[in-house]
Design a binder for this molecule. Sequence first.
Ligand SMILES: [Zn+2]
Ligand SMILES: [Zn+2]
Length: 257
Amino acid sequence: MNSFYGDYHTHTVFSHGKGTIWENVRRAKEMGLREIAITDHGLSHIAFGLDDDKVLRMRETVEQVKAENPEINILLGVEANLLGRNGVIDVVNDEWDWFDIVLCGYHNFIWPENTKEAFGFWFPALFGNTLHIPVKEKRRISNTDAYIKAIQNNPIDVITHVGLGFPCYVKEVAAAAAEYGTFIELNGKHLCFTDKEFEDMASTGVTFIANSDAHSEGRILEINAVRSLLQRTGYPIERLANYGKRPAFRYCKPREE
Ligand SMILES: [Zn+2]
Ligand SMILES: [Zn+2]
């Protein structure tokens, strides 16, 4: 049995991961996990996004794999995209019912909410990243605000790789997450804040969750960078939402055992 209950951020061939749902589940079982979430990219991702047909097929597969592997629970989730400065994300209305768990993060290659947000939100972030343009204070505040509004207006379970490609004031984002019961992810591939910023986030009382963001089965629960961060800062691993227990998520329902 692994001390980690589950890995809640993994990709499959349904977006741009290499493994199938079957392979991710098999590896999670080998790792001793009791739960795994399949969280491919949200519907507005330009190249890799899901669509309603894919989600249907994924649901069928998940139910099939679940029936054959009763010792591990499988959640069908999504890594939703932030689409604009007002915190709109690409899971809306009935689409929430499609998913057991909803993660949300900023990604470069998305269809923004509308033309106004294409110019006011998407282009500046995209070109700022690509051309490494230093981030102006105004942009950092606006990015922070977008995260906070997304947390306020949507019952998001986890904010993924906070700050990746989207500079912001992480402490303020964490404070909003703490208030609303959203977890801040410590991502095995992308930690986009300093140790000091991590400690600032922790001081808000927010709960962190460690996920791999695996794009191939071999990387499930690959979180060495997170373990190093915790060691450097003296943060107790037991405080992570998915260590030693099932996380009490905001949107994802408690597990029936
Ligand atoms: Zn991501
Ligand atoms: Zn991801």
